[in-house]
Design a protein around this ligand. Sequence first.
Ligand code: A2P
Length: 339
Amino acid sequence: MTAKAYNVAVVGATGAVGNQMIQVLEERSFPVRDIRLLASARSLGKELTFKGKSIPVEELKEDSFTGVDVALFSAGSGVSKKFAPLAVAAGCVVIDNSSAFRMEAHVPLVVPEVNGDAIRGGPGIIANPNCSTIQMVVALKPIHDAAGIRRIVVTTFQAVSGTGKRAVEELRHQVGEVLQGKPVTREVYPHQIAFNCLPHIGAFLDNGYTEEEMKMVHETRKIFSDPHMRVCATTVRVPVYYGHSESLNVETREPLSVEKARELLSRAQGVRVVDDPFQCQYPMPLDAEGKDETLVGRLREDLSVENGLAMWVVADNIRKGAASNAVQIAEIMIERNLL
Ligand code: A2P
C-alpha cells in the first residue's frame, strides 16, 4: 500500500518565506504528490526547484486551487484576503502566514508546540502567527504551564528578511554603499538600515505602538487563551539578514527559580537552551539561521520584580517564525488524520 500524498500549493513561492516553504517541504519529506508554485504575473517564466526538478511558477488566479489539498500562503494580507476564501471554497486547507485572519475568532492561530490542540480538520483557514510571537511563545510555554505568566515585557531585534526579499537586498546594497563612501539609497525602509536600528515595524497606531507590537500583544493572548495577559512590546528592525532576537522580562503568578526554569526549558519541545555566559555561550542569530529550534539563554532572575525572570530568545524568523511552523501544522494534520 502506498502512503497518502497530497497536492500542495505555495502562494508567494518566489518570496523569502515561500522559497523557504518549498525547501522545508523537501527537507522534511512532506508527502507531496504534486506541487503548484504560485506568485504574481511578474514571476511568469521563472522556475523553482523542488526535489531536483524544475517547476514553472504559475500566476495566482481564482481557479488556481482546483484539486489542491493544502495551500501554504505567504504573499501578504491583501492576497490572502482575496484568495484564501477561494481556496477554501475549492475544498482546500489553507495555512496562512499573513496577518489577514489571525484574530478572527473562528480561525485557529497555531504554534504546534504550544497550542497544537487548536488545529481542526476540514477545509478552512489556519493562521500562522507573527514570527516574533512564535519564538516568544515557544520559549514561554513551559514557564506559563509551570508558574502562570502575568506580564511580559519584550523588546525585539528583528532581521530584515522579515520584511521580504527586497529588504534583504536593500541591506546588502546599503552596506556596500556605506563601505564605498557613497550616498545611501533606500526604497523599503524610511531610514538607512545598514549600521542602524529602526524602532518601527509596521505602521504606527493611535496608541503610540506599532502594528507589529500590537500583534505580539493580541496573538500571545489568543495562543495562550488568556485575554488578560499583560504584554508590552517594543519592536526594532536591526541590520541582520536572518534571525530575530528578543529580550524578555516575564512576571509569573507563582515563584519559579532560574534553575527550575532552565530545567523545564531544556526538556521543552522546539527549544534549545544555550546558556553558558562565562564561556560566551548565548543565543545569536547567526547560530539560529537555518534551524527550526528556538534558542533560549541569558536566563536570570529579574531583580526588579517579585517572581520575575529575564531571558534572551533567538530563532530563524523565516523558518520557525514562518515556513517551518506552517509545514509543522500540515504534518500534525496528517498525523491526526485531519488532512
Ligand atoms: P512576485 O515575486 O511575483 O512578486 P516577499 O515577502 O519576499 O516580498 O515575497 C512576496 C511574495 O508574494 C512573492 O512570491 C510575490 O510574488 C508574491 N506576491 C505579491 N503580490 C502578489 C499578488 N498580487 N499575487 C500573487 N503573488 C503575489
